[in-house]
Each structure stands twice: as structure tokens, then as C-alpha cells.
Ligand binder design. Structure first.
Ligand SMILES: *Cc1c(COP(=O)(O)O)cnc(C)c1O
Length: 419
């Protein structure tokens, strides 16, 4: 690899330290509250806590809820989802009025799939990749059950997705970055092919927004959905978001006609009139405490160039991949996903038959990653708060756990409810 990234590889821990000294994003780490003695490499599952969140939540609870009570709807809350959409706008490359911050990824996916399907009459196929994140396929198949033969889901191998798009396809559904393999899809290319066949695209940004530079408008994406609690650091159960391309505004209809998606919610008028833009995809009352946490959390991106974030993400991934190489040889670890750094997102996933026990042993040693069945260990490398030395230390700890078989302990094989 003769990429710029490979020139920044550290050969020793001192090299890694040097990279940290020269890191243009080093200042962002101080915006997070990271526990001492922990290397947190699970930001792809639950983002770390930004410093501003606690104080802001305390204010919302004590002052807005406690003291101002219902007056806070007008004073502080009613425009909060729109304020969050404005902060997301530069991260997604989308106008704020094309973004709605609300509900969960699963519910938003249901809404945009139903809306998208109605825009391509006479077509009955959602084309998706096999091995997609479970909820995405469950939701698509559930909508298929609801609509009967009018909509079915067809899955194909990930690398065959673009070629499988034909004139029967209504919707192409795919993750931008895949949760397991970390493969990054070219959203512009897939959207171009889909449009040439009269289909529309729905992309899931859950594993890309916040670590990868995104240009939804420029890429011609029709609809997108994504998660608030992963790389956006909004906290457990943070509201998700959805994107409706401006060309569909006024035409794309949410199947859940809730009052907060109404053009004039507080008129209490009979009959549903959709609000303009993506606002029509709101449905019921938002979880204001979680929305507040997400709003405060997004301030960590202030003054942060997403191009620099993506470059550092590649450099961190490159460093970990290089450090994993000898372990692959010694212990049969297998790195999944593309080798080219520009075809990857920001986590590294490796297969090992005892992956679950290895992850548990690492967690006991302060290295917090996660596990996905059947045998996948995932390490999320978040450029906002991880240093090169952290990545170095993660690889060292993994080597120790494998070399000394520290994972070989019945305690570590006991599966917990959440992996
Ligand atoms: C995290 C994630 C989700 C989460 O869905 P929720 O409904 O918000 O729990 C969905 N899809 C993908 C691809 C994810 O990574």
C-alpha cells in the first residue's frame, strides 16, 4: 500500500506518541469524559460521554422540567429536533430541512421504506445485501408481510448488489458502512445505477455518520436513516434520524401520520396535512431528555473537519491492521472486510473461534471492544477521542491475551445478555 496513510504508520510506541503530538484533532479528546484506565474501542456501539452532556441534562431536568414545567415546550423544547437537525446537516451533507431527528432507526426505516415504495408504483422488490444488520432486514420483511405480494425482500451477496439492480427493483437498501465487515459502499455509484433503473435508494448511516465524511445531497441518495448513540455519542437510546432528499419533499409520505408530522400540529384540525420537508416524518412526542443529550453531544463536532476525521480514522485502522498481522499468523485471526483503507469505515473486525472469550478477557483488562456472532471481535476506532498510542496498546493487550491464552477461562465463556 503506497497510500498517505501507510506513510503515517507507527513502527514503535514512540512513533505512535509522535503521531499524537502532530495530530490536528488531538484537541477534541478533551471534550469527552473518558474513564481512567480504560481504552474505549466500542464507540461503534455506544459513543463515549461528551463533557457538556451531564450539565446540560441537569439543567433540563432541574430548570426546564422542574421549574418551568410545561412552559418549557415553547421556551426550550419544541424546536429542539430542528436544532439537532441543523447540527447534523454538515455531518450528513444534507440541508437541515431534509433531516428529521426522531424515533429509532428501526421505526425510521419502516417509515422511509413505506414512503419510498409508494414513489415507485408497480414495483415489488426491496433489494438488500445478505448479512445486513438484522433490524434492517426484519423491518423490510415486516413491511413486506403488511403489504402482501406488493413488496418482497430479495437479498444478494454484498459484492453483487449493484449488478443485481434491475427494472423490477423498487428500493435498494444498504448500509453505508457495514456493521460487521466495515465495507464502505459508494452511495453515489449505487444511487446512479438505481436511478438508471427507476429505483430509489435507502442508506443506513448508523456505522458511518460521525467518522466518515458524508455528502447525501451530492451523492444523489433518496432516503437515509441513522443512529444517534454510536459515533454521534448521543447516549443510550438516543433519538435516531432520517433523511428525505429534497426532490421528494411533498411527495414522500410517512405511513405513520402522527400529529407532530402535521403542518399545524397545534391547530388540532381534523384531517392530516403533512408538514413540509422531512418534518412530515415526525410522528409523536420526542424523548426530550435524550434529545437534549444528543443536542449537547453534537457540540463535540464544532470546528472539526470531517475530512480530517476520515483521514485519522484511516490512519488508526491502518495502524491496528498492521499490528494485527503477526497475530493473524500466530493465532489464525482473520481480518474481515476490504483491505483498501478507502473502502472501509472506522472499525476493525477480526474472526477468532474464541472471539467472545477473548473480548471478555480484554474487557477485564480495560480494553472495551465488543463481539458479534458467530466469532467476530470488533474494535471501533473513533478519531475524536482515540489516540495512536491507544490503538497501539489495544493491539499489545490483544497479543498478550492470545499469546498467554488468558481468554481460556470458563468465566469468559458465560454469555451475557448483551454482547
Ligand atoms: C445500530 C444500528 C441500528 C439500531 O437500530 P435501533 O432501531 O435504533 O435500535 C439499526 N441499523 C444499523 C445498521 C445499526 O448499526
Amino acid at each position: 500500500m503506497a497510500s498517505i496513510e501507510s506513510q503515517t504508520l507507527a513502527r514503535t510506541r514512540d512513533d505512535a506518541r509522535l503521531h499524537d503530538e502532530q495530530d490536528p484533532l488531538a484537541f477534541v479528546r478533551a471534550r469527552f469524559r473518558l474513564p481512567a484506565g480504560v481504552h474505549y474501542v466500542d464507540g461503534n456501539s455506544l459513543g463515549a460521554l461528551p463533557r457538556t452532556v451531564g450539565e446540560r441534562l441537569a439543567h433540563t431536568v432541574e430548570h426546564e422540567w422542574g421549574a418551568r414545567l410545561v412552559r418549557s415546550w415553547n421556551e426550550s423544547w419544541i424546536d429542539l429536533p430542528q436544532a439537532v437537525a441543523e447540527k447534523l446537516s454538515p455531518l450528513l451533507g444534507a440541508p437541515a430541512d431534509a433531516i428529521a431527528v426522531t424515533d429509532s432507526v428501526s421505526v425510521n426505516l419502516f417509515k422511509v421504506l413505506a414512503a419510498a415504495h409508494a414513489l415507485v408504483p408497480g414495483r415489488a422488490t426491496i433489494l438488500a445485501e445478505a448479512g445486513e444488520f438484522p433490524t434492517d432486514l426484519y423491518v423490510a420483511e415486516g413491511l413486506g408481510r403488511l403489504l402482501g405480494p406488493a413488496l418482497t425482500v430479495r437479498t444478494v451477496a454484498p459484492e453483487a448488489l449493484d449488478e443485481a439492480i434491475d427494472d423490477d427493483v423498487a428500493i435498494v437498501l444498504a448500509s453505508h458502512v457495514h456493521y460487521a465487515t466495515c465495507r464502505k459502499r459508494d452511495m453515489a455509484a449505487t444511487s446512479r445505477i438505481a436511478h438508471a433503473h427507476g429505483a430509489v435508494t435507502v442508506f443506513d448511516l448508523s456505522h458511518s455518520a460521525g467518522v466518515v465524511a458524508i455528502d447525501l445531497l451530492g451523492d444523489g441518495v433518496d432516503f437515509a436513516i441513522g443512529c444517534g448513540y454510536k459515533y454521534l455519542n448521543g447516549g443510550p437510546g438516543a433519538p435516531a434520524y432520517l433523511y428525505v432528499a429534497p426532490r421528494w419533499h411533498g411527495r414522500a409520505r410517512s405511513p405513520i401520520q402522527g400529529w407532530l408530522g402535521h403542518a399545524a400540529a397545534f391547530d388540532f384540525a381534523p384531517g392530516y396535512q403533512p408538514a413540509p420537508g422531512a418534518r412530515a416524518f415526525h410522528c409523536g412526542t420526542w424523548p426530550i431528555l435524550s434529545m437534549t443529550a444528543l443536542d449537547a453531544a453534537l457540540d463535540v463536532f464544532e470546528g472539526v473537519d470531517m475530512g480530517a476525521v476520515e483521514r485519522k480514522s484511516r490512519a488508526l485502522c491502518s495502524l491496528l491492521l498492521m499490528r494485527l498481522q503477526p497475530l493473524c499468523e500466530r493465532h489464525g485471526l482473520r481480518v474481515v472486510g476490504p483491505a483498501a483503507l478507502d473502502a472501509r469505515g472506522s472499525h476493525v473486525a477480526v474472526r477468532h473461534p474464541e472471539g467472545y472469550a477473548v473480548v471478555r478477557a480484554l474487557i477485564d483488562r480495560g480494553i472495551i471492544g465488543d463481539f458479534r456472532p458467530p466469532d467476530l471481535m470488533r474494535f471501533g476506532l473513533v478519531p475524536l477521542y482515540l489516540r495512536y498510542v491507544d490503538v497501539w496498546d489495544v493491539a499489545e493487550a490483544l497479543a498478550e491475551v492470545l499469546d498467554q491464552r488468558l481468554w481460556d477461562d470458563p468465566r469468559y465463556r458465560q454469555r451475557q445478555q448483551v454482547t
